[in-house]
Design a protein around this ligand. Structure first.
Ligand code: IVH
Length: 688
């Protein structure tokens, strides 16, 4: 088919675009667009070339990987480092499986499934057991010599020794992924942010901070000075061989990995060999859901035929092996336009800037708003309305603006200034509190704060009033039916029926839920009051010690501060809260409505875990998630959500989070199973 002028024009534009982004990604470690956006452009070109084969030639980027930009010495790979074809969903995986089966005359296949590590591919060459060279992938044919830098990575063997005493291969090229763990990245990013804070204070421009572990890892590996790389805590997983002379004759990929493991290479523990594509689909689904339990980033699953003879039979296309496929997860990071920056007001008056975005689909949901945390963060990130920004939504975590794409910033874009007045009708002042990074609206009557206080009171962690969500609170507030949390108890059917969307049944249900909340336990009521810094653990201790709300109101700050988890600061805040007339008016409304003030369940359990922090991960046999935590707190212990050096023990149930386990192992925190947990509850000590 002749190629229409318009089509060849589009193809050359796509080629230019791909070349530009390849250069940024491989040459400068500073991509402007996400992997997903890049794949999309490449896909468009591949589709055009499939339709008009005349467009295809040897130099098309669909036939070449990477840009080939080399600032280090070039290294020609003896065995090319090819890329992988992608499957974006189960149907594309299935189609790949069918092609492979056809190429093998429908013999049975075993699939070695590995996590697709979001790092930088590396080939390490050993000659007679000595590490002689390490190179990046580059364009697949020629990479960059990063030997000196790779020598600084602790987990990579510098000398190979076989345990059996059998001679090591005369040549062994080990391929795998260099990456920065999430923990190392957080530390690195925080240090960079601190440096930037200093720069800003000194009137200098902040330096760009790597947006994700991949960029930080790639930048660290490609340092000119190996001493800098040595400070960066890089890690490595080995997953493939390049040139090999004199190694044992492997029949399967699994044997290859076993051999590499025996030589001391880190092999990812999650690799699994499966015998059907439906099991592979389940493996992919499971990892897409639990990718955040890992201490490193993955962006998919690599499925490889396990049988090396089958691989040989299928061979390669010009770009990638036919015997492997990368199943990509839904992207978590994308570029979009920052339309505006607005400010939301929380229940304590905290003004939180947030980004109004051109909607993008991330982790499977549409994101049109993202937090910017506080004034400092906006300043440090220097995001401006009109910028193209990198937005990230990792799983269930709230979406975040990572930073601007400076290369795409339109000219004359002005830095954003934090507003000086609140967005509410009162136009009250927004004040930056001394010694705090927060900016606050200091007007307690601010309707935004008032609404948020009511939403908090009704929330799950507090009085748990079903059916009283954000929308209903705004509607009640608009009609002036509630001005504080005390007013909730004088709502009537007649009033609720005036709200949009409420009918007899829904109104009665809400009234019933409000009525039920009157008998909540005292700690829940205390949390619901919204006293700054008074969290559930301190509320629990207060309720246990004082027994009623009236006793807490009557207590002096000194008496309050004696309670475990209530320091002087919180004690003063509690005391001040009850000293406020408007707050005591609320208490009066509660009392009149019959809200219970002394509902404290006194635990009969032995108080043998006082002062001990026990973290639970996974489902512990015989306990619900909350039940396991309750068993700890009812014995006076704490059950925080993360492991630290202070953790007394980590209880590991079924399907535990990998990061908690790794952290506990690193810190030497005792680990107990379900049976050990029972003993721990009984004795208060870690069973030996
Ligand atoms: S195998 C010929 N296995 O993904 C097969 N690659 O999109 C070569 N990657 O260039 C690659 N984890 O940088 C393989 N377990 C894994 C991987 C993996 C991450 C990267 C690698 C590769 C890219 C292809």
């Amino acid at each position: 088919m002749p190629v229409p002028e318009r089509v060849s024009q589009t193809a050359s534009e796509l080629r230019a675009e791909i070349a530009y982004h390849n250069e940024l990604y491989h040459g400068k470690d500073s991509p402007e667009i996400s992997d997903a956006a890049f794949d999309e452009i490449l896909r468009k070109l591949t589709e055009l070339e499939a339709k008009y084969p005349e467009l295809l030639d040897d130099v098309s980027p669909t036939q070449i990987i990477g840009s080939g930009t080399t600032t280090f010495d070039p290294v020609t790979h003896r065995v090319p480092m090819t890329s992988l074809d992608n499957a974006m969903d189960a149907a594309e995986l299935q189609a790949w499986g069918e092609r492979a089966a056809k190429g093998l005359n429908n013999v049975a296949m075993q699939f070695a499934c590995e996590l697709k590590i979001d790092g930088l591919a590396l080939s390490i060459r050993y000659e007679n057991g000595e590490l002689v060279q390490a190179a990046t992938r580059g364009d697949g044919k020629v990479g960059e010599d990063v030997t000196a830098n790779v020598r600084t990575i602790g987990v990579i063997p510098k000398k190979l020794i076989t345990k059996s005493g059998v001679a090591v291969p005369s040549v062994l090229e080990v391929r795998g992924e260099v990456y920065m763990s999430i923990e190392a990245f957080k530390k690195f990013r925080e240090a960079k942010m601190r440096e930037n804070e200093k720069r800003v204070q000194e009137g200098k421009k902040p330096e760009s901070v790597p947006a994700n572990p991949r960029n930080a890892g790639a930048g660290s590996l490609r340092q000119k000075n190996a001493h800098v790389t040595a400070t960066r805590e890089l890690s490595f997983w080995a997953y493939q061989l390049g040139e090999v002379v004199g190694a044992p004759n492997f029949l399967t990929h699994t044997q290859t990995l076993d051999y590499l493991r025996s030589l001391g290479f880190p092999i990812n523990p999650e690799v699994k060999t499966l015998d059907s594509l439906s099991k592979v689909v389940d493996f992919c689904k499971q990892w897409e859901a639990s990718r955040h339990d890992l201490n490193y980033e993955i962006d998919g699953v690599v499925v490889k035929l396990d049988d090396l003879a089958q691989r040989e039979q299928l061979g390669f296309t010009s770009r990638a092996p036919r015997w492997a496929i990368a199943v990509k997860f839904a992207p978590e990071e994308r570029n979009t336009i920052l339309k505006n920056i607005s400010v939301s007001i929380g229940r304590t008056g905290r003004a939180t800037p947030f980004a109004v975005l051109e909607p993008v689909v991330l982790s499977g949901s549409t994101v049109s708003m993202a937090t910017l945390h506080n004034r400092e963060q906006v300043l440090l990130k220097d995001v401006r309305p009109g910028d193209t920004v990198v937005v990230r939504k990792a799983g269930d975590v709230i979406p975040e603006v990572v930073g601007p794409v400076l290369a795409l910033r339109p000219k004359n874009l002005k830095p954003w200034k934090f507003p000086t007045t609140c967005v509410c009708d009162l136009k009250s002042k927004l004040v930056q509190v001394e010694g705090e990074s927060d900016t606050r609206c200091v007007e307690p009557e601010c309707p935004f704060q008032r609404d948020q206080r009511i939403i908090h009171f009704a929330s799950r962690g507090a009085m748990d009033i079903e059916g009283l969500g954000e929308k209903t609170v705004f509607a009640l507030s608009d009609k002036n039916f509630v001005t504080d949390i005390g007013d909730l108890y004088s709502l009537t059917l007649e009033k609720l029926l005036q709200l949009d969307g409420f009918a007899e049944l829904s109104a009665k249900n809400l009234l019933m839920a409000i009525n039920d909340s009157k008998s909540r336990l005292l700690p829940k009521l205390l949390v619901g009051l919204g006293i700054k810094n008074l969290g559930p653990a301190a509320a629990e201790s207060l309720a246990r010690r004082f027994g009623s709300l009236d006793a807490i109101i009557a207590a002096t700050p000194e008496q309050l501060s004696e309670i475990d988890g209530v320091g002087e600061v919180i004690a003063t805040k509690i005391n001040a809260w009850f000293a406020d007339k408007s707050h005591m008016a609320i208490i009066k409304k509660f009392r009149a409505a019959g809200v219970e003030f002394g509902n404290v369940v006194v635990s009969t359990a032995p108080q043998n875990l006082v002062g001990k922090a026990i973290v639970v991960t996974g489902t512990v046999e015989g306990f619900s998630r909350e039940g396991a935590q309750e068993a700890i707190t009812s014995r006076g212990g704490k059950s925080p959500g993360s492991v630290s050096a202070k953790t007394f023990a980590l209880v590991v149930g079924d399907e535990p989070g990998a990061s908690k386990l790794t952290k506990a192992q690193e810190l030497g925190v005792p680990i107990v199973d379900a049976a050990g947990f029972l003993k721990l509850l009984e004795s208060g000590e870690v069973p030996s």
